[in-house]
Design a protein around this ligand. Structure first.
Ligand code: FE
Length: 187
């Protein structure tokens, strides 16, 4: 791996050539075509209206809505026990459980608070928040779409970054933040 050297059995992130001024900031400009970085402080504690309520007690807090690579990052928050609709992922998903716990009907493991989950392309699942969990919050990085299906794989619809943006626009209009509020999350 580039930049990684072996040192007495331990790996350290170091350049292979000597750097005489390791604390000097880079002088090179951001590439002209690069999109703007994004820093969102206090994602768990900011304006409650930013949490888009998809349905009763199920919210998405958009973080990065990437329209050129077709992925999004979000916080999913659920404040009831119950089911999120069965769906297939044609592309990978990464998740990090920040609060509470959940599991899939299709797997025997439980994603506990602090767990990281990788879901490979081709994965189909039905998310369950069990009884006794007052609040579940999970960071998800989803590429592609959620392809809703019946138990035999027949299509029932989909969501992708564009339907999510549409949902955010409609919701932010309704709660008074304005249709353009979602634009700050789009890259
Ligand atoms: Fe999923």
């Amino acid at each position: 791996m580039r930049g990684l050297v072996k040192n007495q059995g331990r790996h350290k992130m170091l350049p292979k050539l000597p750097d005489r001024n390791p604390l000097e900031p880079a002088r090179i400009p951001l590439p002209r075509e690069a999109v703007k970085e994004m820093v969102i402080p206090n994602v768990l504690d900011d304006d409650e209206r930013i949490w888009v309520e998809h349905r009763d007690q199920v919210w998405t807090r958009p973080l990065c809505l990437n329209v050129s690579n077709g992925y999004w990052t979000e916080l999913l928050r659920v404040r009831k026990s119950g089911v999120l609709h069965r769906h297939r992922h044609p592309n990978p998903v990464h998740g990090l459980v920040l609060k509470g716990r959940w599991h899939y009907l299709e797997h025997d493991w439980v994603a506990e608070e602090g767990s990281y989950v990788f879901e490979p392309p081709g994965e189909t699942h039905t998310l369950i928040v069990p009884e006794g969990v007052d609040e579940m919050i999970t960071f998800f990085h989803v590429t592609g779409c959620l392809y809703y299906i019946d138990p035999d794989g027949n299509p029932l619809g989909y969501d992708d970054v564009f339907t999510l943006i549409d949902d955010c626009r409609a919701y932010y209009t309704k709660v008074g933040l304005g249709a353009d509020f979602v634009d700050q999350f789009i890259r």
